[in-house]
Design a protein. Structure first.
Length: 415
């Protein structure tokens, strides 16, 4: 399909817009995010969408419906990335719907509803350690706690959003500004995303649908002990914050290994004022814990809390937990997912349903509308890595599924 080749070209071009030389990194409201938004908004306009940007940096392309009473179908994903990312995680789900809408327009398919394609400004939670700030902003769900989170430079979310304008953004002002479509006016939110796991590849399928998105908790943990001289302080007199954190990290890994379906990750660790010849006095690290069932995740978090208390007591350390994110597992909407599955079967012949271990903006949008997700096979299940890859053939299947899905929705809503 010619459209699939255009999608591949767009993904390549967008994948070269980065805040860092030699690798792909785009974080919340960064200069590269501004350049990415400018490029995507040009492509949206070329496809006939009216473009707007909201207060938290989301880029929204809208195709109006036949009249003011028309319902709206939401499509989209995120344009921010992790550090040293691949070019598919997020952008595939923003660009593919734009290409699909252009294809439907080329075929002369009139839509009896409006469509909004959204490029969310922040989903990964890299800059502020808390995910979904973009979709929360779009849905008017940002809280004061969200706005008070600070990045490594001490800048709060509220200050970052207000950058340059008068006064710091408040939750109330942002809620007022967001004015998301009312739930009763929404058909649903459908997101296309690479699977970021091995299931579709093992099943030898290009695409599948998602049954649920795993629940996810994120924390910042700080361990405080006593810095000291590495050469003169006997081992039994130390309160080594890094040794305590390391014991905790090993304990968390062991707990996750023996709990089926639980994943726990410490992705970032920093020693305050670290030096080779200084006993670490203070260490801060992240903790990311997920499971498809909330009860299992909560039980694991309780055990991890008890482990941290024991380690702190045995080593004479202080510890401080800051929860930066907590999302319950979200079930995708059965009816909307069944409609998406029908298009998968029409294009691919069969349809597999799988749980998403990765978080997605659908977690937030589920507060507004029914949510469905289309997963696309990715090589070796690899993601959050520059070698992340979805083949042009698989992207072509996903594109044809999206075109078929929107065309069927048009028939259904056109009656
Ligand atoms: O971390 C995640 O699950 C997603 O990639 N934001
Ligand atoms: Mn993603
Ligand atoms: Mn991601």
């Amino acid at each position: 399909m010619k459209a699939a080749r255009q999608l591949a070209r767009w993904l390549d071009e967008l994948g070269r817009i980065s805040d860092e030389r030699g690798r792909l990194t785009r974080t919340f409201l960064s200069p590269a995010m501004g350049r990415a938004n400018a490029l995507v908004s040009r492509w949206m306009r070329e496809a006939g969408l009216a473009v707007r940007f909201d207060a938290v940096g989301n880029v929204i392309g809208r195709l109006d419906g036949p009249d003011a009473r028309s319902k709206t179908l939401l499509l989209g994903s995120h344009l921010d990335t992790v550090r040293n990312a691949g070019k598919f995680d997020g952008p595939l789900g923003v660009l593919l719907p734009v290409v699909a809408l252009a294809e439907l327009r080329r075929r002369g398919v009139a839509l009896p509803f409006a469509v909004e394609v959204i490029g969310f400004s922040e989903e990964e939670g890299v800059r502020f350690a808390s995910a979904y700030l973009g979709s929360k902003g779009y849905a008017g769900l940002l809280t004061t706690a969200d706005l008070n989170l600070r990045d490594a430079g001490g800048v709060s979310v509220g200050e970052a959003i207000s950058h340059g304008s008068r006064g710091t953004a408040t939750a109330a002002k942002l809620r007022e500004a967001a004015r998301p479509p009312r739930s009763r006016d929404l058909i649903g939110y459908v997101e296309v995303h690479i699977e970021q796991g091995p299931v579709l590849e093992q099943a030898k399928l290009a695409v599948g649908v998602v049954s649920a998105i795993a629940g996810q908790s994120r924390f910042r943990l700080t361990w405080s002990g006593m810095a000291g001289h590495a050469g003169t302080t006997p081992m039994n007199l130390r309160r080594d914050a890094l040794a305590g954190a390391a014991e905790f990290v090993s304990g968390v890994e062991a707990l996750a290994r023996r709990t089926p379906g639980l994943v726990a990750t410490v992705g970032l660790i920093e020693v305050s004022g670290g030096a080779a010849n200084v006993i670490p006095g203070e260490v801060t690290h992240t903790l990311d814990v997920r499971h498809a069932r909330d009860a299992v995740r909560r039980d694991a978090l309780m055990r991890m809390g008890r482990l941290a208390t024991r380690i702190a007591r045995n080593r004479g350390l202080e510890r401080h937990w800051l929860r930066t994110q907590d999302n319950a597992a979200v079930a995708c909407a059965p009816a909307l997912t069944a409609q998406l599955a029908r298009s998968v079967e029409a294009v691919q012949g069969s349809c597999l349903s799988l749980v998403s271990g990765a978080g997605h903006d659908g977690v937030v949008l589920s507060a507004l509308a029914p949510v469905a997700m289309l997963f696309v096979r990715c090589r070796d299940g690899l993601s959050h890595h520059p070698a992340e890859h979805a083949s042009p053939a698989d992207c072509d299947v996903a594109l044809r599924v999206m075109v078929d899905f929107i065309a069927r929705m048009a028939q259904q809503h056109g009656r």
